[in-house]
Write a protein that binds this ligand. Structure first.
Ligand code: NAD
Length: 501
């Protein structure tokens, strides 16, 4: 059965005025399950006008009341984990336990935002000159929009919205059109938590809506997470229209495995990090860099684990991995595997022809392992974003670091080793934003910030945590004097100096 998926504007679900729609699929069955409404210009203007009005009154509400809403929202999300996970699995395809995992990571950001009064305390300098004090504090940008990818339909919106809202902004979410339903439930939970109308809104759409957000004169900031070409486009377009922008892009995450590592444990972690969520994670490990003698045993161990993975509908409790997101995505992944095979890579595990019984119309690709991949092959140069682990063999740790640093992406990376000296060299020398040491998916906790380097991030600020607070606010510095009425004014035609008073 197909349902209509509406916008959430100014505190209510609405069909809006846009006439265009787009189908939403269940990737495990291939069936159309929803008809998504796409916003037109009038819908965009209505949402932005509501956000602009709401931003002013929301910023006037006391910090105590604001955080009260965040605490209630936190409880509501926690109470609806099963509902949110079911929506994620039905439209994204990831297994239910993984869907719950992404909600848990999103909740960590909500919890950080519950402590926003601590983050918004300003600085105060007493008596910088006689009778003069200086203090600084931060205020919200106003109206900010978040444009999010398909692969984390709850977590990535929760990287942005709680931070933007806690710091006093109104937030418009433009979710991925592939799995948009969870964002509507989030909107309802915000309202139930007592958030005033217009502070959190959901506007569905495609490029047309995104372009409207990037250029709208009443939008002050844009947070984007998605692929690198779109991240770069979003950054260039929105900054050219005077907006503050953080745009997180794609990735090609390498894990170096040294011969001194526990190779069985490294293979467990590599397999989970490469094939979990069908490899559709921006922090997935997609390249294993096997150093020297580590290679043969590592590949054998990974082969065993990949072959044992249960691929099934994400609602099946036995499933380790679900389908990929679209037929186009499957086609791209299969093409890249075939190109690698033709270019001389060794096929260790081949997932191209996998079909799940009873789900023949689903978008399936099984776990795939390719060995002896070189840096010229498309399996190395392209972001595959599917369940494919490529193994590149190198002679030394230095060679591995050189390979990583020559790669245009710089999101995450990991090293498996028992040598502290090797790990320390690695953490100091790689040009990558997030590093794991014997940790394959080093997604920072919410009180640190998340962000890559190079083609994985456009803009200055990482997302959530302290950098998120900084992104969604701007500073004010006040220099104040409260003179006694009887004192001389102290006014001077010279530039004010604090040391000669
Ligand atoms: P995508 O770039 O196709 O889409 C992201 C968003 O941009 C969506 O909301 C989409 O509607 C919009 N969009 C798509 N094409 C557009 C266009 N031409 N003009 C304007 N807007 C457009 O990404 P995706 O396929 O949804 O997500 C997967 C990608 O996201 C991968 O590259 C992955 O690495 C990346 N990602 C990165 C991070 C990170 O933290 N760096 C996190 C998650 C996902």
């Amino acid at each position: 059965m197909s349902t209509t998926i509406n916008h959430y504007i100014n505190g209510a679900e609405t069909a809006g005025e846009g006439e265009r729609t787009q189908p939403v699929y269940n990737p495990a069955t291939g069936a159309v399950t929803g008809e998504l409404r796409l916003a037109n210009r009038a819908d965009l203007d209505t949402a932005v006008a509501a956000a602009k009005a709401a931003a002013v009154s929301w910023n006037d509400i006391s910090l105590a009341k604001r955080t009260g809403v965040l605490f209630r929202f936190r409880e509501l999300v926690a109470a609806h984990v099963d509902d949110l996970a079911a929506l994620i699995t039905a439209e994204h395809g990831k297994v239910l336990s993984d869907a719950k995992g992404e909600i848990a990571r999103g909740l960590e950001v909500v919890e950080f935002a519950c402590g926003i009064p601590q983050q918004l305390k300003g600085d105060y300098s007493d008596q910088v000159s006689t009778g003069i004090d200086v203090f600084s504090f931060r205020q919200p940008l106003g109206v900010v929009a978040g444009i999010t990818p398909f692969n984390f339909p709850v977590m990535v919106p929760l990287w942005m919205a709680p931070m933007a809202i806690a710091t006093g902004n109104a937030f418009i979410l433009k979710p991925s059109e592939r799995d948009p339903s969870a964002s509507l439930l989030l909107a309802k939970l915000w309202s139930e938590a007592g958030l005033p109308d217009g502070v959190f809104q959901v506007l569905h759409g495609d490029k047309e809506t995104v372009d409207g957000l990037l250029t709208h004169p009443d939008i002050d900031g844009i947070s984007f997470v998605g692929s690198t070409p779109i991240a770069q486009y979003v950054h260039e377009t929105a900054t050219a229209h005077g907006k503050r922008v953080q745009a997180l892009g794609g990735a090609k995450n390498h894990a170096i495995v040294l011969p001194d590592a526990d190779l069985a444990s490294a293979a467990d972690h590599l397999s989970a990090a490469a094939f979990g969520s069908a490899g559709e994670r921006c922090m997935a490990i997609s390249v294993a860099v096997a150093v020297g003698d580590a290679a043969d045993l590592l590949v054998k161990n990974v082969e065993e684990r990949a072959a044992a993975i249960t691929v099934a509908n994400g609602t099946d409790p036995q499933a380790d991995m679900g389908p990929v997101i679209t037929p186009a995505s499957k086609e791209r992944i299969v093409r890249i595997i075939t190109e690698a095979e033709q270019a001389g890579a060794a096929m260790v595990v081949d997932g191209r022809s996998l079909v799940v019984e009873g789900h023949e119309e689903g978008f399936w690709v099984g776990p795939t392992v390719l060995d002896h991949v070189s840096s010229e092959m498309s399996a190395y140069t392209e972001e595959i974003f599917g369940p494919v682990l490529v193994v590149v063999r190198v002679d030394t740790l230095e060679d591995g670091i050189t390979l990583i640093n020559a790669n245009p992406y710089g999101n995450g990376t990991a090293i498996f080793t028992s040598s502290g000296a090797a790990a320390r060299k690695f953490q100091r020398e790689v040009t990558v934003g997030m590093i794991g040491i014997n940790v394959p998916l080093p997604v920072p906790v919410a009180y640190h910030s998340f962000g890559g380097w190079k083609a994985s991030l456009f803009g200055d600020k990482h997302i959530y945590g302290p950098e998120g607070v900084s992104f969604y606010t701007r500073g004010k510095v006040v220099t104040s004097r409260w003179p006694e009425p009887t004192h001389a004014s102290g006014a001077s035609y010279n530039f004010p100096s604090n040391s000669t008073d």
